[in-house]
Design a protein around this ligand. Structure first.
Ligand SMILES: Nc1ncnc2c1ncn2[C@@H]1O[C@H](COP(=O)(O)OP(=O)(O)O)[C@@H](O)[C@H]1O
Ligand SMILES: [Mg+2]
Length: 228
């Protein structure tokens, strides 16, 4: 599904060019559940932003389902991102003034979908994450774990084949993290969703079938779970 070859990326700081991704080659097959680990500042978020069509400013070769999607025009690229990728972040990134229902419905509203279908899909997603009864609440009325469930419902509501999660358990206690990881595991096994997750938490990484380590912008050999 994902094939990266010799990806290099630079940020310009003042006059200086800083290399944040160094010759990264990586393949991820459909239905994989992959953890990316590594120290803070090593380039993990930059790498997944590149993979998930948020940042096309890099050198090298990247193909998603055989296509060089970053060559698409902006409209086609946003459509691909909207339809193919579900995003989950550490800080949940919900809209506080919207209800749970409205937050989850958001990705569907870009597509001009009918009201009834929106309602069915939102309730189905909330049921999958175990909080259908919370649809009318506001994010601030929920616990951290429940808020992350809402964010996951929003990520899966359009039935994307691919979920990208950047430290999804970073703001959660260990018991709640375990619940969220079990939810990802179920989505991976039962719904065949491909999941790519950045984490600092080796317990969370143990749910993944494959662990990749990034250090100083370089991809290290796989499986060095306890080295960081
Ligand atoms: N927009 C940016 N402009 C300049 N430097 C950045 C930017 N984003 C990230 N960096 C730098 O790139 C490096 C990698 O960052 P990041 O990918 O966020 O690491 P991680 O997610 O592993 O903590 C860091 O040194 C960070 O300071
Ligand atoms: Mg990061």
């Amino acid at each position: 599904m994902i094939v990266m070859k010799n990806i290099n990326k630079f940020y310009k700081l003042d006059q200086e060019k800083v290399q944040v991704l160094k010759d990264i080659s990586l393949e991820i097959q459909e239905h994989e559940f992959v953890a990316i680990m590594g120290p803070s500042g090593s380039g993990k978020s930059t790498l997944i932003n590149t993979i998930s069509f948020l940042d096309g400013d890099f050198e090298g070769d990247y193909k998603f389902n055989g296509e060089d999607a970053y060559r698409y025009n902006d409209d086609k690229l946003s459509r691909l991102r909207n339809q193919s990728v579900g995003f989950v972040f550490q800080a949940f990134q919900l809209i506080d003034n919207n209800t749970v229902f409205e937050n989850v419905a958001l990705p569907l509203l870009y597509g001009g979908m009918k009201q009834k279908q929106v309602k069915d899909l939102v309730m189905e997603a909330l049921t999958k994450v175990g909080i259908p009864d919370k649809y009318n609440k506001y994010p601030k009325q929920l616990s951290g774990g429940q808020q992350q469930r809402v964010a996951i419902a929003r990520a899966i509501v359009g039935n994307p084949k691919f979920i990208v999660a950047d430290e999804p358990t970073g703001a959660l206690d260990s018991r709640t993290s375990e619940e969220i990881m079990n939810l990802f595991k179920r989505l991976n096994e039962e719904e065949q969703v491909t999941i790519l997750m950045v984490t600092h938490d080796s317990e969370a990484a143990e749910y993944c079938k494959r662990v990749i380590t990034v250090k100083d912008g370089e991809l290290l050999e796989e499986g060095v779970l306890h080295a960081v």
